[in-house]
Design a protein around this ligand. Structure first.
Ligand SMILES: Nc1ncnc2c1ncn2[C@@H]1O[C@H](COP(=O)(O)OP(=O)(O)OP(=O)(O)O)[C@@H](O)[C@H]1O
Ligand SMILES: [Mg+2]
Length: 533
């Protein structure tokens, strides 16, 4: 189909008709892989006499022999977007690339075997989209599977070689990227299990349109803290030159920690909405090893937030668990047979702490533009210090129970009230009670059409009182258990002392000599009598 690319520059309806006819014959009578060989040989033949130059932009780049290592080409995507307008006006065979919401037009691109012409600074160029077939690298089969590889082909007269290399291609890529940014719909990605990566076109990430409505305005937290985070994000997103100057990869790590329901996930959504970034929600438990993790990283794009939720649950990454693992390993060394029986489990070994650290700040982490990495956890104290040190997780943000200021944000959002006589009671109760913003929000939400703001606020007051009573009961119960435990320990210690005393007395009686008292007995005597015996 390379020949088709030349059609648009050659002109002449007879030539076009002949070539289209030949192409149809090729398509009907020759299978895909044979067709691409015929095309490739005819192209070589034609190039001997043709004054045209052809540049190919494949859809996937990387090691073409190893499908697992390929990445969708940014240039291909930019060209697709750049040509979208022209394609929808000129091409006859089109396909819908991205169907957006009903308020926006469908983005169209040329279908295979189609071509359009472009003119830039007086130079005419032609574009075509083609595909070729290659054999997949799968196990031996009598019916080998063929993979399609799409590519854009640019054709131009050889006199414009320098202009195209120096100016035109740059213009196309820049323009394509700018269009993408202006009408892009943000995406929420999640990683596919690696078993489905085998096929060439199978992606490592699946995506859906990101539509979470949380913003920093709807987020309930102290305004000072909120402003600090917003400023931090903005400084980062505009910091390209700064990061270059200080010699650091353009990325920033955030650790969000706090009890369940305090807004960690909501904050990630608010960050993405504020910066207009995509989100890559990385499910670490389906990643088999460090190599897979790196491959996933390579496939992420710039202007994105990579999220690992509940990092403490995802993997054996906590310091504590690592020690347990080390202990288990030491035991294995002592007992090689047990190691062999555990062999199967080991081969399934998952991402390690060092693999994750590499993911965050290894050499590979610097590719592909600005990126934010966010970890969330309910138990910050469980995390390994190496994982959350500054430079990796640059900013630690605690999301905590609902304070009065956070309540006011929720009241404004949920009930549209800025002030109310019941606010004072609520403020007072919140000072004494730990209740999550999720619980407050749930109580503020009207449950029927007749429920007004006052009814909701009263409902909240009752909920906080109940939470307070429960917390008091819980604290009392804990105090009782603690006292019981202390009492038991004291009793056990006394019984131990009595035992020692009795054995001493027995020694004296039997042997007629006094045995030197041990330190504990002496200390007890000093405590009780104020003098040593
Ligand atoms: N700070 C907050 N501001 C606004 N809404 C909140 C806040 N915290 C919680 N919510 C509400 O509670 C719900 C749960 O919050 P979210 O999922 O963000 O909590 P989380 O901290 O991620 O919890 P988990 O640790 O269980 O994942 C959200 O849908 C949101 O409506
Ligand atoms: Mg969450």
């Amino acid at each position: 189909m390379t020949m088709m690319g030349g059609i648009w520059s050659l002109g002449g309806s007879l030539q076009i008709a002949t070539i289209v006819f030949l192409w149809k014959i090729l398509e009907i009578y020759f299978p895909g892989h044979l067709r691409s060989s015929i095309i490739s040989y005819s192209m070589k033949l034609a190039s001997l006499v043709s004054p045209y130059i052809y540049i190919r932009f494949p859809e996937f780049i990387g090691d073409s022999e190893e499908y697992m290592g390929v990445k969708r080409s940014d240039a291909y995507a930019a060209i697709e977007t750049y040509l979208s307008g022209k394609s929808s006006r000129e091409a006859k065979y089109l396909k819908a690339v991205d169907v957006k919401d009903s308020s926006q037009p469908v983005q169209l691109s040329m279908d295979e075997n189609e071509g359009v012409t472009d003119e830039f600074e007086g130079v005419k160029l032609s574009w075509a989209v083609n595909k070729e077939y290659t054999r997949t690298q799968q196990s031996f089969s009598f019916y080998p599977q063929m993979d399609e590889k799409r590519y854009y082909q640019l054709t131009f007269h050889k006199s414009h070689r320098d202009f195209v290399n120096g100016t035109y291609i740059n213009h196309v890529i820049q323009k394509g990227k700018a269009i993408t940014v202006s009408n892009r719909q943000r995406k929420l990605y999640t990683n596919n299990p690696s078993q489905s990566w085998e096929r060439y076109r199978a992606r490592k990430w699946s995506h859906a349109t990101f539509e979470h409505p949380a913003t920093f305005d709807t987020l309930a937290m102290e305004s000072k803290k909120k402003l600090e985070i917003v400023n931090d994000l903005e400084k980062f997103s505009k910091g390209k030159d700064y990061y270059k100057k200080i010699g650091k990869a353009w990325k920033r790590g955030y650790l969000l920690y706090g009890p369940p329901g305090t807004g960690k996930s909501s904050m990630i959504a608010a960050m993405a909405n504020h910066l207009e970034y995509d989100i890559y929600d990385l499910e670490l438990t389906t990643v088999m090893n460090n190599t897979e993790l790196r491959k996933l990283l390579i496939e992420t794009t710039g202007k994105s937030i990579i999220v690992i939720e509940d990092i403490d649950c995802s993997l054996d990454l906590t310091g504590q668990r690592k020690n347990e693992k080390k202990k288990a390993k030491d035991e294995e060394v002592k007992d090689p047979i047990s190691k062999m029986t555990k062999g199967e489990e080991d081969s399934n070994s998952k991402v390690t702490l060092s693999g994750l650290l590499n993911f965050i700040d290894g050499l590979w982490s610097a590719i592909g533009g600005e990126r934010i990495i966010v970890f969330t956890t309910n138990y910050v104290e469980k995390l390994d210090a190496a994982l959350i040190r500054r430079g990796r997780m640059d900013k630690h943000i605690e999301l905590s129970y609902c304070g009065f200021e956070a309540f006011k944000v929720l009241a404004k959002n949920y009930l549209d009230v800025d002030s109310h006589p019941l606010f004072a009671t609520i403020g007072h109760l919140l000072e004494e009670t730990n209740i999550t913003p999720a619980d407050v929000a749930e109580n503020l939400m009207p449950k029927s059409l007749n429920e007004d703001a006052e009814a909701c606020l009263k409902k909240l007051i009752e909920a906080i009182k109940t939470a307070k009573e429960e917390a008091t009961k819980k604290a009392e119960e804990e105090a009782r258990l603690k006292a019981e435990k202390e009492e038991k320990e004291k009793l056990e210690a006394t019984q131990e002392d009595v035992k020692i005393d009795k054995s001493l007395a027995k020694d004296v009686k039997e042997n007629g000599v006094e045995v030197v008292k041990d330190d504990k007995t002496l200390a007890n005597e000093v405590k009780e009598n104020g003098v040593t015996a």
